[in-house]
Design a protein around this ligand. Structure first.
Ligand SMILES: Nc1ncnc2c1ncn2[C@@H]1O[C@H](COP(=O)(O)OP(=O)(O)OP(=O)(O)O)[C@@H](O)[C@H]1O
Length: 327
């Protein structure tokens, strides 16, 4: 069975005008996500993950590029068409404390999108939908009359998830949804999200700075660095053998579960460059031990080095063949 791409973005850019020039928050990013899959996007703070998520939903207007959702070019949609489209595309944010209105009960919070999108019109239909959502997220029906402050972070994030699911979306941008939670609660929320994905056929773009979280939830992993996607691969291939020197360094920092596997942490030297008026050439070159003169001069091309394994690095083939390596 061939699974269709639910989302495809092509050469998407988002530049912000700032006093010192143009800040390239997202710079020429292309990828596709298949129906029912999770693309995990990982990278350091400020590399453009959140901006990318918001641009895909057109909460920020893209500076350039195309966003295709179910084959439709939504960059060409009017504001009203886009408003309707958001029924199918939702976003979940990091902070479950800030994203819930403290004056509304759980039931009112869940009913709000139902009223806004005019689905489940009668009172009875809406109440039935709320009951269904409470069951989906594993909260007792009695909790629907409580207020957000009566719950801990994990339960609040369950309510945020239920609100996003209320209108039956097919695609959800999950922007660091577990980062504000205790580690013990993180796994519960991630497992709930995986369960809901299977049950409802959801497609996720899951943003996190934490590679362990990305490893838990993703089918494919994409790595961002200074506004650019520098590597994307199926999860097993990525964790087995990342091909970009930056991904290798990221991966070396997470402890191995296999005690027999000797892993040395790669310490990157040099400062991260500025995203404002970036120089040409590879953005990672100033910190890369493998950088040659071409890396300073020319942008590396996005190349499929192995099946479905894409890298933007002038030296990716040599790295893939093991001709050059760290340590
Ligand atoms: N509205 C804005 N105006 C100007 N610059 C912005 C704006 N929003 C984001 N930026 C800048 O764009 C870059 C990318 O920010 P973004 O929040 O997308 O990164 P991130 O990877 O999600 O980081 P974090 O996890 O810290 O939020 C940063 O340099 C940020 O300062």
């Amino acid at each position: 069975m061939i699974t269709q791409n639910l989302l495809e973005i092509r050469h998407v850019k988002k530049h912000f005008s700032v006093p010192k020039g143009l800040l390239h928050a997202v710079d020429d990013v292309s990828f596709a996500v298949k129906q029912g899959e999770t693309l995990g996007i990982v990278g350091e703070s400020g590399c453009g993950k959140s901006t990318l998520g918001r641009v895909i939903l057109r909460l920020h207007e893209p500076t350039a590029g195309k966003i295709l959702f179910k084959g439709m070019d939504i960059t060409a949609f009017s504001k009203e068409e886009m408003r309707q489209m958001r029924q199918h595309m939702q976003i979940i944010f990091q902070d479950p404390y800030a994203s819930l209105n403290p004056r509304m009960t759980v039931s009112q919070i869940m009913e709000e999108p139902l009223t806004f999108f005019r689905i489940y019109k009668s009172d009875r239909e809406r109440k039935a939908k709320v009951a269904e959502l409470m069951e989906l997220i594993g909260l007792p029906q009695s909790a629907s009359n409580s207020y957000p402050h009566e719950f801990d972070g994990g339960r609040r994030q369950r309510i945020v998830i239920a609100r996003a699911l209320a209108i039956n979306p097919s695609f959800i941008v999950c922007d660091e949804p577990v980062s504000a939670l205790d580690v013990s609660v993180q796994a519960q929320i991630l497992n709930l999200m995986v369960k809901l994905q299977k049950q409802l056929g959801l497609t996720y773009m899951f943003i996190s700075h934490d590679l362990s979280v990305i490893g838990h939830i993703s089918d494919h992993v994409g790595v961002m660095y200074l506004g650019q996607l520098i590597e994307k691969a199926p999860k097993p291939a990525f964790f087995k053998r990342p091909l970009h020197p930056y991904s290798m360094a990221l991966l070396s920092a997470i402890p191995s579960v296999n005690v027999l596997e000797k892993k040395e942490k790669i310490i990157l030297k040099g400062e991260i460059s500025s995203p404002i008026n970036p120089q040409r050439g590879c953005r990672f070159a100033p910190r890369c031990p493998f950088a040659e003169s071409i890396c300073q001069e020319k942008d590396p091309e996005w190349t499929e080095v192995e099946a479905e394994h894409y890298v933007a690095c002038h030296r990716a083939v040599e790295l893939a063949k093991g001709l050059i390596h760290y340590h």
